[in-house]
Design a protein around this ligand. Sequence first.
Ligand code: PEP
Length: 251
Amino acid sequence: MGNKLIVGNWKMNGTLADNATLLAGLLNGLAADHPARVAVCAPAVYLQQLQSLLQGTPVAWGAQDVSSHERGAYTGEVSAAMLRDLACRYVIVGHSERRQYHGESDELVATKAQRALACGVTPIVCVGETLAQREAGQTDMVVKRQLASVIHTVGHCTSELVVAYEPVWAIGTGQTATPEMAQAVHAVLRAQIAAATSNSARVAILYGGSMNAANAAALLAQPDIDGGLIGGASLKAPDFLSIVGAAGAVH
Ligand code: PEP
């Protein structure tokens, strides 16, 4: 695995003015030689703004969801081809908030990943267990089932995925998996990917769930943690930059 990958998930936050300020802070603060790969995933309406402000910079951009349909009568949906049109490098699929609030199934998430890949947009496939599932000892089974659905659907393109392990109980709660807990699940996912593709070293496995300036270095130092998917801390340039700095330091 090469440089760590740090991705901000802005969720449903931002305004044109706030985004411009945040991105300026980010671009100004990035050290010229920072060794991490950096991206931000914004609400779809702001992707054109990201394209115009980030083109030619070291920061890539992406979306937070994509339609499972190719085109046509799907009011309100945004297709993978539209994301490619706006030069998105990434799209998050299967975030727990979409699984939870929009009833997204493993199969739907897999189809979304496939649509993205078909358009040259890298899906960031989120998997993770709830607190009840962890307490019932089901963590490995749940994340493997979620990822298996995607691997089954995308087949030989598995090596093109980014995977994010995001324990649901750690997202937006301030509760983080310990580095050892996260590493244990990442190792399970790594083995599953290795069984599916000979090119598994290409696949970055990110950790997400209340990652912040204080805990990033210890998480990112784990052998199978290739980066982070950052929610709350990606909305403040100094916090996000500290995580990028921590990623560079353990490279
Ligand atoms: C996320 O939304 O993917 C996330 C990890 O959020 P937070 O960092 O706020 O827990």
